[in-house]
Design a protein around this ligand. Structure first.
Ligand code: SF4
Length: 402
């Protein structure tokens, strides 16, 4: 929702269009005064080419987002200006400078933005059929934790910020949809806030999903409110089954000893779990894939996302890997968590890559999908649907036998 939010903050004497270069070709001939570009790390090379294309035609270009904020000098080779950090606080100033022909090289907010009265994203500028996350809402920013591999705290700062509950509820009502997604990185990051929000959601009778840490299962009231307010699924970062790995990535508040019990409690209130797992952490050997697969099946984790450890710029992991000379590939297009771009500690690059493909295929074999999805009649349609979409992704990957 970054671009629709920026669009909402743009004064009405500017006409705004949002274009997704991942799905439609760029029209370089379009008469525009300013092009703003944001991109994931994996798409940044293409984003820079687009910036070059517009600038070669005399159009001013500004770039921003998580990757650009981490490496502003790289973006400045392709853009007139870069925005470092949250764009909301500097956007109007940047536009005024643009109107005067006085764009500065770097725009960086001195403070984090105020969460009260936040702009409502201009969803009208998006094609709802193109985005599964179209009906998404942000209630908080940041995360109270700071896991080494994660860009969230690096970008949003250590402070976990929340919007007024009433603002969030009003935005949700305005979606006119029976289902939505909280795009927050950790919707239960502040239990008191989450409880107030969930209580206000109950009368709306909606269904929703969000991202959370496993910690929310320790708080009975929070867990119950999550479910009663319509929370049907939760994306949860388990990351690894190893205490040693968790310690190394500064996530030791997650405890594998408590995983089984937490999963039972979450399933018990009717919430489906999409678990996230990372491979290639320094404690991982070639046996990690089979152990993780067995864990997923034994605990009937409803669906799982797998990631190869990826050192994204801006994270401590990236800085450490650069310092230790462990980055083996600097081609940003490979930084999508599905390819190995560093030297693993306890397995070869090939073992890591093939193990990742193996677990993806194995988890989404039909018989394994059914074994997990049939754990309860409640929510079975959601589980099968989600699994089939991951299966589609798995089928595009190389098939390997470990
Ligand atoms: S808990 Fe999740 S969102 Fe928060 S820092 Fe860790 S990985 Fe990032």
């Amino acid at each position: 929702m970054a671009l629709p939010t920026i669009a909402a903050l743009t004064p009405s004497d500017w006409d705004v269009e949002i274009h997704d270069a991942r799905t439609t070709p760029v029209d370089y001939g379009k008469k525009v005064d300013l092009v703003g570009i944001t991109s994931y790390t994996a798409d940044i090379t293409n984003a820079c080419k687009i910036a070059d294309g517009f600038r070669s035609r005399g159009v001013k270009v500004v770039m921003g987002g998580v990757h650009v904020s981490a490496l502003p000098d790289e973006a400045l080779q392709h853009a007139d200006s870069v925005v470092v950090g949250e764009a909301e606080a500097v956007w109007k100033r940047l536009l005024r400078d643009c109107e005067k022909g006085e764009l500065k090289k770097i725009y960086k907010a001195d403070t984090l933005i105020e969460m009260s009265g936040m702009a409502i994203p201009r969803r009208d500028l998006l094609d709802s059929s193109m985005y599964s996350s179209f009906y998404s809402v942000q209630a908080t920013r940041g995360c109270p934790f700071n896991c080494e591999f994660c860009t969230v705290t690096a970008f949003f700062g250590q402070e976990f910020r929340v919007r007024p509950v009433e603002d969030v509820i009003e935005e949700i009502k305005g979606l006119n949809s029976k289902e939505f997604f909280f795009i927050d990185d950790n919707i239960t990051g502040r239990a008191g806030f989450a409880k107030s929000l969930f209580k206000k959601l109950i009368p709306l009778n909606l269904k929703w999903g969000g991202q959370t840490t496993l910690n929310f299962a320790k708080d009975e009231e929070l867990l119950s409110l999550y479910a009663r307010s319509g929370g049907r699924y939760a994306f949860i970062g388990f990351e690894t089954l190893s205490d040693e790995n968790l310690r190394k990535i500064s996530k030791s508040w997650n405890s594998p000893d408590g995983y089984r019990e937490a999963i039972k409690r979450i399933h018990g209130v009717g919430i489906n779990i999409v678990g996230s797992f990372i491979f290639g952490l320094d404690g991982d050997g070639p046996d990690v894939f089979e152990r993780t697969f067995n864990f997923i099946m034994e605990n009937k984790i409803d669906a799982a996302q797998f990631h190869i450890l990826t050192p994204f710029p801006g994270t401590k992991l990236y800085d450490d890997m650069v310092k230790d000379g462990r980055i083996s590939d600097s081609d940003w297009s490979k930084y999508h968590t599905g390819e190995v771009v560093f030297k693993p500690a306890k397995m070869t690059v090939r073992e890591l890559q093939e193990g990742y493909w193996w677990i993806f295929h194995k988890t989404y074999e039909m018989k394994n999908i059914l074994r997990r999805s049939l754990r309860s009649p409640r929510g079975i349609v959601y589980r099968i649907g989600t699994n089939l979409s991951y299966r589609k992704k798995a089928r595009k990957m190389s098939h390997v036998v470990l």
